[in-house]
Design a protein around this ligand. Structure first.
Ligand code: ATR
Length: 284
């Protein structure tokens, strides 16, 4: 019997998870099919309940359902509980457990692909949505010295900072900032070792597709600029960063590494990450 894993989100037509996850299952000759479940918000409960049927192993969860699924699961563990967002569901028996592998994917990409150790780093995170939450918790866990959060809607940045503090992060090390173009942001940019864009600015098919959250003149050449947007591979921010002489990393490795961690939870097998990365690159 072919086992089934899927991804739930809305919209889903641009997701490349089905491509690189299926490539991994096929590479290891596992009889598993990965399916995209584009789902209206009112149907999320039905999709989660269907997972309890025998053929299903679990699913990935993407925008906008990473928080919505939490009360529908039997338990939520580890970072998913602290972050308040689930991107992977695993079924054991008929129990559904929620995990978050985004944070691990972010850190692994930073270390393996950019050779950057966040310990003691000064990091600036642009955005305060679900992706920013995973990135900020990952940086805090990895021992960053200072994490600044700048968001267009300041109250969201303040909420994220206060949630990190409630989770035990030292309040001195995590601070909200005004959005781009402010003088205080420029000062922080000058001292930043790492700048991470978690907003959808620059994302293909998004509302701010052609824009960059920062201009070359504001980016220090000593910083690593990390855009977690993966499509296009050269986002407007990465183009500005290169103009500034900074090192860059795009979002594709994070996407693949979070998927590899999910793959390992579903199958108990080591994920063939090189093949997954190649399949993901080819799909773009
Ligand atoms: P995700 O789960 O992918 O992080 P999200 O929770 O909707 O998605 O968060 C999107 C992030 O991108 C938010 O930080 C959002 O800023 P607001 O909180 O002010 O909405 C940010 N964002 C999206 N479009 C933006 C734009 N044009 N300018 C500035 N920030 C933007």
């Amino acid at each position: 019997m072919t086992a089934i894993v899927g991804i739930i989100g809305f919209p889903l037509k641009h997701s490349i998870s089905p491509v690189f996850q299926q490539a991994a299952f096929d590479h290891l000759r596992l009889d598993i099919r990965y399916v995209a479940w584009e789902t209206e918000p009112r149907d999320v409960g039905n999709v989660v309940e269907r997972l309890r049927q025998p053929d299903y192993l679990g699913m990935n969860v993407t925008v906008p359902f990473k928080e919505v699924v939490i009360p529908l699961l039997d338990e939520v563990v580890g970072l998913a509980r602290r972050i308040g967002a689930v991107n992977t569901v695993v079924k054991r028996g008929s129990r559904l457990t929620g995990y978050n592998t985004d944070a691990a994917g972010f850190t692994r990409a930073l270390r393996d692909q950019a050779g950057f150790d966040p310990k003691q780093a000064v990091a600036l995170v642009l955005g305060a949505g679900g992706a920013a939450r995973a990135v900020a918790f990952a940086l805090a866990d990895a021992g960053a010295r200072t994490i600044y959060i700048a968001n267009r809607t300041p109250t969201r940045a303040e909420t994220l900072v206060s949630d990190l503090c409630s989770a035990g992060v030292d309040p001195v090390s995590i601070l909200p900032l005004p959005w781009t173009s402010s003088r205080s942001l420029r000062a922080v940019l000058r001292e930043s070792d790492l700048i991470v864009n978690t907003t959808s600015i620059g994302m293909k098919h998004g509302p701010a597709e052609a824009q960059s959250p920062l201009e070359a003149g504001d980016i220090p050449s000593r910083a690593l600029v990390y855009d977690i947007v993966y499509n296009p591979s050269k986002t407007p921010l990465l183009v500005e960063a290169r103009k500034a002489g900074a090192r860059t990393i795009g979002g594709l490795p994070m996407l693949v590494y979070q998927g590899a961690a999910a793959f390992e939870l579903w199958t108990g097998r080591e994920a063939p990450v090189d093949g997954m990365l190649a399949a993901a690159k080819a799909a773009l």
